[in-house]
Design a protein. Structure first.
Lengths: 380, 384
């Protein structure tokens, strides 16, 4: 990009090095097979790079940067298939905490997040497709100055290694963001294995006592911070998807150039060429949308414009990554269907990332809803 | 120098263009289902010219508006919203950018002001009856004679040639060249030159928009050779870059989307969830086309040549345009085959024209299949 910040240029360089040397597919495979999706050493390294604190304010030990820089890192994370929950922690949780009112606990969580010592996660979703977390069955009832929280949360990516959860719950003021340590009495975490070797956590909360100090925000401030963080996370997940699809398509193209059938490399056949081109167009469309959307959001889009932009990025990048990785199986022929072939790792990561935080269909529905809203407002 | 439109906020620029196009473009030509003839659009062209708005894509030092990608998109969105018709625009979209990049000072000094003033209306002499997708096999020939080149041959599918005062022509100047791409030169020719005749060709929609142009010992002065002799293919490729950028603009798909949304509204189709999902998908395809287009407009503004990758813009834009026109017909139900404007309550919509108008876009300027070949070979580096 022409107007890349100095930070962005430095990050791009370190991400480039990371993609070359930092992550290796054998490690990804091993983690998936042993169902340990989290490597403490790797996480500390991401913290040392400054990547975990990319969105954490400088006053809390982070870099205090924006979405432009976060998406550069995320694209590298996607390309390297890093299994650690980068977007869930460093973008979603960090951006959510950053958007909440300053308080001792908030600052402590942010500082711990940046050093890698504390791994907080947002737990806001209860129903499939409700990626904005508007249907709140989880309730917080007043109790000794704080609350008693009961309910269930779903689809918490990265829960295997989490130290605690920023839980959304319905209160008299609408919504509250509450800090629930993983080992709190009444808090149970059930892990559901996913195709890419990672897992979603389901949170079972039964009369979990939350002190006043653990109430991070209540009311409109809580809702606004959550919406902002979810849009940022959707865009960052889209960036991971761009990394996944680019590497997968490179693998397909390399294979098409070397695999010989009928005495010629299969990449010389026009039917395959045109298919590869159409997928490349999807890739570049996804890349252009991502950059455009990051620019729009960084330029200070209002909530509706930000939501439209985020849904545009997530739906295009998710669907493009699914199409490209699926086609990679076909381009590789039977070998593409084997466990040994790395293509499968990209297919599975695309499956996970495309559905988490809302899939293409759900984001298109939201896009339609928001556009109609904007049109009504303009007409009035 | 002229106003720096980019200094305005997007909202202010939108408001200004909206007011101007809505109030100034003649009502009886709004949403014309075909391209405008010169006699119909001359006044409008001159009005835009006088306002300094005729060449939104040209740099300001050459008399254009020098718009940023975002502003250029707004300009197009507002022209489509107001139903501004398509004029003979080859001079603005193709010849201007080419002379700015490949021409000499004398050619720029002579032709650019005339294009801006509407004194020179251009058409494109590329395809020949036996050279379509394989354009480099062209056989129209130019032979030096004194201070002139003498051109013989024929060009076909020349849009709006019957309104043009000038034509730019690719002609073979070296038949002995080893490769067919070598030995082709790029000429500017006055349509009034003796020896030029043309016949109009009626298209599938019944309109006479393209022609065949015949060259019988047509003389053009040596000053009208653009770039180096025998190096016309390079210019043509550069120009094709601009052409793909122009064809790739969301302008025409936007026009179809305006109609589709109006029709959906008038027929209450948004209550049909399956239709709503398809419309939203196309809305996103169109919005995302805007992002891709912006990338290339940025590149053009930095003065960079268009690489072979710009082909994907053309593919995506024209595929999207066709998909929109097809959903429009589907949305029309039994009204789909009706010619002319159809009344839906108090809205009148021509549902059929976009279907016709979106057909040639995947054929001209290098068919979408040729674009895919180019992308496979030069961008993905796939073997042949």
């Amino acid at each position: 990009m022409a107007e890349q910040s100095e930070h962005a240029a430095l990050l791009a360089q370190s991400v480039g090095d990371y993609v070359q040397h930092g992550a290796d597919l054998p490690r990804v495979r091993a983690l998936a097979q042993t169902r340990t999706e989290f490597d403490r050493g790797q996480w500390n390294q991401l913290a040392e790079f400054g990547w975990l604190g990319v969105m954490v304010p400088e006053s809390c030990g982070g870099l205090g940067l924006g979405l432009a820089e976060a998406t550069i890192v995320a694209e590298g994370i996607g390309r390297a298939l890093t299994p650690e929950p980068y977007t869930a922690v460093a973008i979603l949780a960090a951006s959510l905490l950053d958007g909440l009112p300053a308080a001792a606990l908030r600052d402590e969580l942010l500082a711990g997040l940046a050093t890698g010592e504390c791994l907080p996660l947002a737990a806001w979703q209860e129903q499939a497709d409700d990626f904005c977390g508007t249907q709140l069955a989880c309730r917080a009832l007043p109790f000794e100055g704080g609350f008693l929280v009961s309910g269930e949360k779903q689809f918490v990516a990265g829960a295997a290694a989490a130290d605690g959860f920023i839980v959304s719950a319905a209160t008299a003021q609408g919504i509250a963001m509450l800090w629930v340590p993983r080992d709190a009495a009444g808090c149970g975490v059930k892990l559901r294995p996913l195709a890419d070797g990672r897992s979603y956590g389901a949170l079972m909360l039964k009369d979990v006592a939350v002190s006043r100090a653990q109430v991070l925000a209540e009311g409109d401030a809580a809702r606004a911070a959550l919406d902002r963080a979810l849009d940022r996370a959707a865009v960052t997940a889209a960036a991971e998807l761009v990394g996944v699809m680019k590497r997968a398509h490179e693998m397909s193209l390399d294979y098409m150039k070397t695999r010989v059938q009928f005495g010629k490399p299969i990449g010389s056949f026009q039917a395959l060429q045109h298919r590869a081109v159409d997928l490349y167009i999807q890739q570049e469309l996804a890349d252009s949308v991502l950059r455009d959307v990051v620019r729009q959001i960084e330029a200070g889009a209002d909530a509706a414009a930000r939501g439209l932009a985020a849904s545009r990025a997530k739906s295009r990048c998710g669907d493009a990554a699914l199409a490209i990785t699926r086609a990679a199986i076909q381009f590789h022929g039977a070998i593409g269907f084997t466990e040994d072939c790395d293509v499968g790792l990209y297919v599975k990561r695309a499956l996970m990332l495309a559905s988490w935080l809302g899939n293409g269909r759900a984001h298109r529905a939201r896009y339609a809803r928001l556009s109609a809203q904007v049109a009504r407002k303009e007409a009035a | 120098m002229s106003t720096d439109w980019n200094a305005l906020s997007d909202e202010a620029f939108r408001a200004e263009t909206r007011t101007f196009f809505e109030n100034e473009f003649p009502g009886h030509f709004k949403f014309l289902p075909r391209r405008m003839r010169w006699a119909e659009c001359r006044d409008w062209y001159l009005k835009l010219s006088k306002k300094g708005w005729i060449a939104p894509n040209w740099p300001r030092e050459h008399g254009g508006m020098g718009l940023s990608p975002t502003k250029l998109l707004i300009y197009f969105e507002e022209t489509e919203r107001a139903g501004v018709g398509r004029m003979p625009d080859q001079g603005i979209t193709m010849v201007g950018p080419t002379l700015i990049r490949f021409g000499n000072d004398a050619q720029r000094g002579h032709f650019l002001p005339r294009i801006l003033a509407g004194d020179a209306i251009w058409c494109q002499g590329y395809s020949e009856p036996n050279s379509g997708s394989d354009l480099a096999s062209l056989r129209t020939e130019a032979v030096p004679d004194g201070g002139d080149y003498v051109i013989n041959g024929s060009k076909i599918w020349t849009s709006m040639a019957h309104d043009a005062t000038h034509i730019y022509v690719l002609a073979r100047t070296d038949k002995a060249a080893k490769k067919k791409q070598e030995g082709i030169s790029f000429f500017l020719v006055d349509m009034k030159t003796p020896g030029i005749t043309l016949r109009t060709i009626r298209n599938i929609a019944g309109h006479e928009e393209f022609c065949q142009v015949f060259f019988d010992n047509v003389r053009t002065p040596k000053e009208n050779l653009v770039g180096e002799l025998h190096k016309g293919w390079t210019i043509a490729k550069g120009l094709l870059g601009f052409e793909r950028l122009n064809i790739g603009s969301p302008r025409r798909p936007l026009q179809a989307m305006e109609k589709l949304e109006a029709l959906a509204q008038a027929r209450g189709l948004m209550a049909d969830a399956a239709f709503a999902e398809r419309l939203t998908q196309l809305k996103l395809d169109l919005a995302d086309l805007g992002s891709l287009y912006g990338r290339y407009v940025d590149k053009a503004r930095r003065g960079e040549a268009m690489g072979p990758d710009v082909s994907m813009l053309k593919v995506w834009s024209m595929d999207t345009y066709q998909k929109l026109s097809e959903l429009l017909l589907e949305a029309a139900g039994e009204y789909a085959p009706m010619e002319g404007e159809v009344s839906f309550g108090d809205t009148a919509i021509d549902v059929l024209s976009p279907f016709y108008n979106s057909r040639p876009g995947t054929i001209y300027g290098g068919s979408n299949e040729i674009q895919r070949n180019i992308l496979a070979k030069y961008v993905l580096n796939l073997p042949s």
